[in-house]
Design a protein around this ligand. Structure first.
Ligand code: SF4
Length: 272
């Protein structure tokens, strides 16, 4: 009897505690867990959507849209002119009105990238947030300020590196971009990398790492290792600054990552 009583108290305590945590906080906790552990515990939202009747319609629309675009690719050579861009400015002017994926519908600004067009280091994030969408510049909100400080701590300035994202238009409510959106946008980032020719890339967060390296690892598996992009550019991975703002206790691990990245940069530059 006493045990039952204790159990009831425990349930009551649990209910009281959980009900004080707001929905948004739960979402942030789940997003952070996903950031670290990957998809082992989660089903992708687009996967769920594709299984429902309504989302079948959305999915069909996307497929139709994609195939429409493929036809454009074939018959409208103007659509492909960006591929021949010789400078970032040229590339920007040719893709700034892009409507290849659904994300163009809600954007205020197309967020191309920012920084030194001859940078040795590129920083790649996931996608624009609210402030970035408003200003058209990547990493300008609170997370952007933190990124500036992280770069300063390893003796880089924002103007010295080049900062870009996996997708160039803001996903609604800052959700993770869907795979088809990343696939649509990735050729633009590839072209930017081709024009800038960085020696090293630092990916911020799981989406950036997976998008660039095309591997389905967890963030824990990506961190602390050196990967090669296109068999030539060294890539390391650390936390997204927005995740650090939500979990300041991860800053210590991020500090170790960026110290390693700086060491790799110095070795790479000195061995040229
Ligand atoms: S996210 Fe990329 S592919 Fe999609 S509309 Fe924007 S620029 Fe185009």
């Amino acid at each position: 009897m006493r045990r039952v009583y204790r159990f009831r108290i425990f349930i009551f305590y649990l209910f009281t505690m959980t009900s004080t945590i707001k929905k948004n906080n739960w979402l942030e906790i789940l997003i952070d867990q996903k950031e670290i552990f990957g998809d082992y515990l989660f089903i992708q939202k687009d996967e769920i959507l594709n299984k429902t009747k309504d989302s079948n319609l959305i999915h069909e629309k996307t497929i139709k849209y994609k195939s429409d675009y493929s036809e454009l690719d074939i018959f409208n050579s103007e659509e492909l002119q960006w591929v021949d861009s010789k400078t970032l400015e040229e590339l920007y002017s040719r893709i700034k009105d892009c409507s290849k994926c659904i994300l163009h519908k809600n954007r205020t600004n197309f967020v191309f990238g920012y920084g030194n067009s001859n940078a040795d280091v590129m920083i790649i994030g996931e996608g624009p947030g609210a402030e970035e969408d408003k200003q058209g510049i990547p990493f300008v909100g609170k997370a952007g300020m933190l990124l500036t400080n992280i770069l300063k701590a390893i003796n880089f300035s924002r103007d010295e590196v080049y900062i870009a994202n996996i997708v160039k238009c803001r996903p609604p409510d800052n959700r993770t971009p869907f795979q088809e959106e990343m696939d649509s946008c990735f050729p633009f980032l590839e072209k930017q990398i081709e024009l800038i020719k960085p020696k090293l890339i630092l990916c911020l967060g799981l989406t950036a790492a997976r998008g660039l390296l095309k591997k389905k690892e967890s963030l824990a598996a990506f961190r602390g290792k050196v990967f090669l992009y296109n068999n030539s550019i060294k890539v390391m991975v650390t936390f997204h600054p927005a995740a650090l703002l939500r979990n300041p206790n991860w800053k210590k691990d991020c500090w170790q990552d960026v110290q390693e990245f700086r060491k790799l940069y110095d070795e790479t530059i000195n061995n040229q």
